[in-house]
Design a protein around this ligand. Structure first.
Ligand SMILES: Cc1cc2nc3c(=O)[nH]c(=O)nc-3n(C[C@H](O)[C@H](O)[C@H](O)COP(=O)(O)O)c2cc1C
Length: 198
């Protein structure tokens, strides 16, 4: 394989790793899709983890959300990242695994801050309509974070989503000429790659 492609594939994974591990990184937030009988769903999420050797990325969500239902019916998913500083776009294709028990789920929950656990603490499921403007939380936690004990009542709503990358496309805009590449992980985990006309 073209040595430049091999290096680029490693670079992309380092970009994703940095996105997960640096709070201010351009790849910290990305768009992830789901597909249901009513059509395509898109939303912004936080990149929580990128495990290079497993070719997977992790996100957290409320398991009562629409996307969770969509993915439980159809796990095929796309993830789209854009870094405005380097003008590079990464498109991941793959499928998600929904995790709501076990060690990695427990570890993920334990890694969340009390403040961020408010995302899983609405009384009604995310997306429920309301006549009044509301956070959906039972108590207003604007002034202080919920107690550890309180957050545990809502732990059951916490969902870990593991996205396994099947293939990815990279596009970089450059004054000297844009370039684009495609990478695919075969079933035996070997990498196949080629350049594309941008
Ligand atoms: C900056 C930002 C970060 C977000 N991060 C997450 C996230 O990590 N997980 C999540 O479930 N929703 C996150 N959301 C909310 C989603 O975009 C979405 O509105 C919500 O999850 C409901 O999506 P659904 O109805 O398609 O399931 C984030 C929204 C914004 C604006």
């Amino acid at each position: 394989m073209d040595i430049q492609l091999e290096e680029l594939e490693k670079e992309i994974w380092i970009m994703l790793f940095n996105g997960a591990n640096r709070a201010k990184d351009a790849l910290k937030y990305f768009t992830i899709s789901s597909l249901s009988s009513s059509g395509i769903g898109l939303r912004t999420v936080v990149l929580r983890k990128a495990i290079i050797q497993n070719r997977e990325i992790h996100i957290y969500t409320d398991n009562r959300s629409k996307k969770w239902k969509d993915w439980s019916m159809n796990p095929i998913t796309q993830a789209l990242f854009y870094d405005g500083n380097s003008k590079s776009q990464i498109l991941l294709n793959g499928q998600v695994q929904l995790v709501q028990e076990g060690k990695i789920w427990e570890d993920a929950w334990n890694a969340t801050s009390l403040k961020s656990r408010k995302s899983y603490m609405t009384e009604l499921p995310p997306g429920t309509s309301s006549k009044l403007k509301t956070s959906g939380l039972k108590i207003d936690y604007e002034e202080k974070d919920p107690s550890l004990e309180k957050t545990l009542e809502y732990k059951k709503n916490f969902g870990l989503v593991i996205f396994s990358v099947k293939n990815m496309e990279y596009l970089k805009l450059e004054k000297s000429g844009n370039f684009r590449a495609f990478f695919e992980y075969r079933d035996d985990q070997s990498l196949q790659a080629n350049w594309l006309i941008p």
